[in-house]
Design a protein around this ligand. Structure first.
Ligand code: HEM
Length: 447
């Protein structure tokens, strides 16, 4: 394994492009990746041009592709998701996230259906998420303050648990096991008693045994419309199904894909509404017109201001700040060849803050989503959820739960005569990696 930046870059045949400065021995640019990613991107482009290497930890060189055209490369058959399997295989192996080609298309076709707006409606997802979100907001009202991001992580995980069929009375033990399981995300290879890998793999098995029982029970009932049953019984257009292992791996994978993503946006939403009281007022005005929060994706059409808030919060704070891929066969972007075997990194966050697409791109201006803007394609609007064959399966679900949460927040707090206030004077500092989220600053709920 490479132990220095120089070795790591050489291993990936990096000679053609420069490495951005500021990396440390062994860990390279890992610190910047976590805490100063946009700054690293800007500095790299200034120092090196549109293609440069950054080192994301020991032996992990990533070729950062700053050109907007690199986004189109995500559609190419010359690239694969092999890097995810190589770097975080213990967490992702067996899931659609690491599949490519025909295998990916088959599993993806089955996984997609339950997550369409009609699938979400059929599974009554609104009734799963609503009580959990209301309980959290009611607690905030009672306490008058909260560490919102910690609470949002917890509630988003509970929503995923309920979605896959876990009963509320065992949430606590499942949460503990989930926390152990996601230690596998860091891809630390050493396996010894107490190591993240050992603990993570044990928790993965624990979850697997119990989840398999849930799958078997729910799928046995032909009339069960839950996500789990529909994925387990599902077939693609040629009638092909997922194997037992594929169903298990992919349902377990949803815990991470659907929880650590949405929770960051829930958290940021509260902080932005606290920082921008004029947008809190607009939200309250909009939600006052409705007795109920949206219960199906169709109901979301009633909440354009809430949707504008969602689009702007996620534009500035995309949980997935980048897409990573492996170059499998020769491909050029804008005349620049990408080295075969390299891991490339397409920084979604950089494109979401592009002055070519957004006026005053670093400012929080939800009104931009209430106006037509011909510079933006639908792919730009959906960019926080990726591109190409691996575009987020949970797009409609995430959009729905964030709108439902924001409406519940607006209605419940305003009914109690309260609004959110920042305790520190500004938005919390972001953590960008592995998924972008706010630091756990407190928020006060007061008149
Ligand atoms: C705000 C919330 C979310 C964001 C920002 C988000 C973002 C993304 C992004 C950027 C990708 C593509 C990654 C890549 O190209 O490498 C992705 C993939 C995926 N997402 Fe989401 N996601 C969110 C919520 C969800 C939810 C709620 C679910 C399901 C319950 C979900 C399930 C998935 C799955 C299964 C994939 C892999 C798709 C594939 O590889 O074909 N996500 N997500």
């Amino acid at each position: 394994m490479a132990t220095t930046m120089e070795q790591a870059a050489t291993d990936a045949k990096a000679v053609e492009y420069p490495t951005v400065g500021g990396g440390l021995p062994v860990i390279g640019h890992l610190w910047q990746l976590m805490y100063a990613y946009p700054e690293l991107l800007v500095r790299g482009e200034k120092e090196c041009g549109p293609l440069f290497w950054a080192i994301y930890g020991p032996g992990r060189p990533n070729l950062i592709c700053m050109m907007p055209e690199a986004v189109d490369a995500l559609e190419s058959t010359s690239i694969s998701n092999r890097c995810l399997s190589e770097q975080m295989g213990d967490l992702f192996n067996g899931t659609i996230g690491v599949m490519d080609g025909p295998e990916h298309m088959r599993v993806r076709a089955i996984m997609t259906k339950p997550f369409t707006p009609s699938g979400i409606t059929a599974a009554d997802f609104g009734k799963i998420s609503r009580p959990l979100l209301e309980q959290m907001v009611d607690r905030w009202i009672k306490d008058g303050h909260a560490k919102v991001y910690a609470d949002c992580r917890d509630v988003a995980l509970k929503v995923m648990f309920r979605m896959i069929g876990v009963k509320p009375d065992v949430f606590d033990i499942w949460r503990n096991k989930y926390i152990e399981y996601v230690k596998l995300l860091y891809g630390i290879p050493w396996d010894f008693p107490g190591s993240p890998k050992t603990v993570g793999l044990r928790a993965k098995d624990w979850i697997g045994v119990r989840l398999q029982k849930i799958i078997d029970t729910l799928a046995a009932d032909e009339n069960d419309n839950s996500f789990t049953a529909r994925i387990a019984r599902g077939a693609d257009e040629r009638g092909r199904r997922m194997s037992r292992e594929e169903v298990l791996d992919n349902l377990r994978g949803l815990l991470f894909a659907g929880h650590d993503t949405s929770s960051g946006v829930f958290g940021w939403m509260v902080f932005y509404l606290a920082k921008y009281p004029q947008w809190w007022d607009k939200l309250v005005e909009e939600v006052a017109g409705f007795d109920e929060p949206p219960m199906t994706p169709k109901d979301m059409a009633n909440f354009p201001v809430t949707e504008a808030l969602f689009r702007e919060v996620i534009r500035l704070n995309p949980p997935a700040t980048m897409a990573m891929r492996t170059i499998e066969s020769p491909i050029e972007v804008n005349g620049y060849p990408l080295p075969v075997g390299a891991t490339i990194n397409v920084p979604l966050i950089h494109h979401l803050r592009s002055p070519a697409k957004y006026d005053d791109p670093l400012s929080f201006r939800p009104e931009r989503w209430l106006e037509e803007d011909e510079r933006r394609t639908s792919a730009d609007v959906r960019m926080p959820f990726g591109f190409g064959p691996h575009f987020c399966v949970g797009y409609h679900m995430a959009w729905f739960e964030i709108i439902q949460f924001t409406v519940i927040l607006g209605k419940a707090l305003s009914a109690a005569g309260l609004r959110p206030h920042l305790v520190k004077n500004d938005l919390p500092k972001p953590v960008y990696f592995p998924l972008m989220h706010p630091k756990n600053d407190p928020v006060r709920f007061a008149p």
